[in-house]
Design a protein around this ligand. Structure first.
Ligand SMILES: *[C@@H]1O[C@H](CO)[C@@H](O)[C@H](O)[C@H]1NC(C)=O
Length: 357
């Protein structure tokens, strides 16, 4: 009797083990599928979005879409390349006034960063990739040996990489409300920790996932169990009072906003986060002055009311790099270049330096 009971129990136990094995396999298969980003929808491919802008073909075969404005480059005194931020595209260039463009003779070039808008995704995207793309774009369009760059938000973070990888091509740089990577080794642990904690909880996690588990970024930002990045979700809780004043201008993007993520959120947004918050092979705080003889200048701009990117990190960087001209603006948020006259002020300083007061 006792033996019979015992053998029934073990066969039930065996069944249980088998069932949980199957369940685990099903769960793993589901999870594996859920974390895989979908194939990108490449512009100009049979089922992909159309190509509407001029593009160049890069050495590795990718296309880069661009937008020229201002005076023709042959007549320009200054050539400025704009690097757009996160979840943006070539149309998000600063609204520089026609008066300033004419007065100083400025040619403006902006482009879709890889994976955004109509530029092909870059599956090998690394920290130095955009700087290398910029150099190739400038050469194919015949901008000459030197040009200015101006980058905002995530584009500001990328401007640091231009100082590192293509300093010999730069005539000057404006780095505006730049994203900082909390894991740059130059930050004191206290400063980066305090800035990190200023983010709202959901962004804190989105950034942590991007740094520690890049393979999980697609799933994290496409699932509905936890709130994902508030910037991706367009949550209004990230804007400060000065930002709310110019939000109407920021939202005036209806004619192109659908282009931004059209090739897939993984190719545009998620790769941007993975590189921006990943492990960098250099630290901007170790950079050397690219203009030791004052041939040009590097300007760093940040608003104290920026709730998207903490001002404390730019302030810290400016203390470590005394050759950077730091402009900290009170009553300015993350969107301050859209406020009246600000874009002109940034560009004037960029190309004229101290003469541009
Ligand atoms: C870009 O960075 C990667 C990784 O650090 C390196 O292997 C590669 O050679 C760099 N490319 C260029 C053109 O400098």
């Amino acid at each position: 009797m006792l033996e019979i009971v015992h053998s029934r129990a073990t066969s039930r136990g065996g069944l249980f083990v088998k069932l949980s094995g199957i369940l685990l396999a099903v769960l793993l298969a589901w999870f594996y599928h859920a974390v895989q980003p979908p194939q990108p929808k490449i512009c100009g491919s049979p089922n992909g979005p159309p190509v509407t802008s001029p593009r160049i073909k890069l050495r590795d075969g990718r296309h880069l879409a661009y937008l020229e404005s201002g005076v023709p480059k042959e007549k320009a005194n200054y050539k400025v390349i704009f690097i757009h931020g996160f979840d943006s595209c070539r149309y998000d260039i600063f609204p520089v006034s026609q008066e300033l463009i004419a007065e100083l003779g400025i040619y403006l070039l902006s482009f879709d960063r890889a994976g955004y808008g109509e530029s092909d995704p870059d599956p090998k995207k690394m920290v130095n990739s955009t700087a290398i793309d910029i150099e190739e774009l400038a050469d194919q369009l015949g901008l000459g040996s030197k040009f200015h760059i101006m980058g905002c938000s995530m584009g500001g973070e990328i401007a640091w990489t231009c100082l590192k990888y293509i300093p010999h091509r730069l005539a000057g740089s404006a780095i505006v409300a730049p994203v900082s990577n909390y894991w740059w080794s130059g930050f004191s642990p206290r400063v980066s920790k305090e800035a990190f904690k200023q983010q709202i909880l959901r962004d804190l996690w989105a950034v942590r996932v991007a740094h520690h588990a890049p393979w999980l970024v697609y799933w994290w930002n496409s699932q509905n169990f936890f709130p994902s990045s508030s910037v991706i979700a367009h949550s209004s809780s990230i804007f400060s009072a000065p930002d709310l004043k110019v939000l109407g201008r920021f939202e005036d993007r209806a004619h192109y906003v659908a282009q931004i993520r059209q090739q897939g959120e993984y190719e545009s947004l998620h790769r941007d986060m993975i590189v921006g918050f990943g492990s960098w092979e250099f630290d901007p705080m170790d950079l050397k002055n690219p203009f030791p003889n004052n041939e040009g200048s590097i300007h760093l701009w940040h608003g104290t009311e920026d709730f998207i990117v903490p001002v404390s990190l730019s302030r810290y960087i400016s203390q470590k790099l005394p050759w950077v001209k730091y402009h900290e603006l009170p009553d300015a948020g993350h969107l301050f270049p859209l406020a009246d006259g600000m874009s002109d002020a940034i560009v004037r300083k960029l190309v004229l330096g101290d003469r541009g007061v």
